[in-house]
Write a protein that binds this ligand. Structure first.
Ligand code: ADP
Length: 255
């Protein structure tokens, strides 16, 4: 019940996000159709975990005599779906705020090499659990004028995808090179890859490739947020992929 209350709270928060976004959408002329599509997609995506939470909470209430061990399956499903909703709402708020230009970058002098190394270190455990090899080649001393938190978020999205979509024994490689006027950041994996028909749409909000639809743990918002972060820093992001061979995401940022 508490979780349902929390979920309702999250929906209110997202509603507020949309309200704020809606007010400020007009100046940047996002088409009404696009805006309506976003709201309808978001509601649809939120409804699925909410219905699952509701169903399992009702099942829990039906057997008040059960011990927590007996009901652990329902409790973990509720938790898992609540986590998914949390992730979704976080992503939705970021995109709603970015649409309404309320999300400013907080640029300051940072060291990209340190940010990349720290992000890779954070993911090492996850890679180890999945028995993946995580390699990093990072040039020293890459100074940038950038939003540190957003760069951490960008790396988390790209590394999380590379690990999530690569099976045991695979390799994830991170390369960060300082060139004459730009920085080249690459995250490459030997995972399931992306079908050619899905490729043009992977940066769209809520789009999930055919192979991964229905799989847990994804929201379809990661790459949309990644593109926003890169473009707001004046950079470019592109993705190459071959099914069953792997995926390469390259980011170029101005120095
Ligand atoms: P999701 O939450 O589904 O991972 P993203 O926006 O991060 O959402 O990615 C969109 C889609 O792009 C994914 O659903 C998946 O189909 C595909 N994708 C992204 N990164 C990879 C990758 N490294 N390997 C295979 N497919 C990927």
């Amino acid at each position: 019940i508490l979780l349902l209350g929390g979920a309702a709270g999250l929906l209110v928060a997202i509603g507020a996000g949309f309200y704020l976004a809606n007010r400020a959408l007009i100046p940047i002329r996002l088409s009404l159709e696009k805006q309506q599509q976003f709201v309808s997609d978001a509601s649809h995506e939120l409804r699925t975990p909410l219905s699952v939470i509701q169903a399992h909470a009702e099942l829990l209430l039906r057997h008040p005599d059960h011990t927590i061990e007996e009901d652990s399956k329902h409790v973990s499903t509720v938790l898992q779906e609540a986590r998914r909703m949390n992730k979704l709402v976080g992503g939705l708020l970021t995109l709603a705020r970015s649409d309404s230009n309320q999300l400013e970058l907080e640029r300051k002098p940072v060291r990209l090499d340190l940010i990349v190394r720290e992000s890779v270190n954070k993911m090492e455990m996850l890679a180890e659990v999945k028995e993946l090899i995580l390699n990093a080649e990072i040039d020293d001393c890459i100074p940038l004028e950038a939003d540190e938190e957003r760069l951490h978020q960008l790396l988390a999205i790209l590394l999380d995808n590379a690990i999530k979509y690569t099976s045991e024994g695979g390799v994830v490689r991170v390369v960060c090179r300082k060139l004459a006027h730009t920085v080249q950041l690459e995250v490459e994996d030997t995972g399931i890859g992306i079908a050619p028909e899905d490729l043009p749409r992977v940066f769209d909000r809520f789009y999930r490739g055919d192979k991964v639809r229905g799989r847990e743990g994804g929201t379809g918002l990661g790459l949309a947020i990644a593109r926003w972060i890169v473009e707001r820093h004046g950079g470019k992001i592109r993705l190459e992929s071959k099914p069953s061979v792997g995926t390469l995401v390259s980011v170029t940022l101005p120095l």
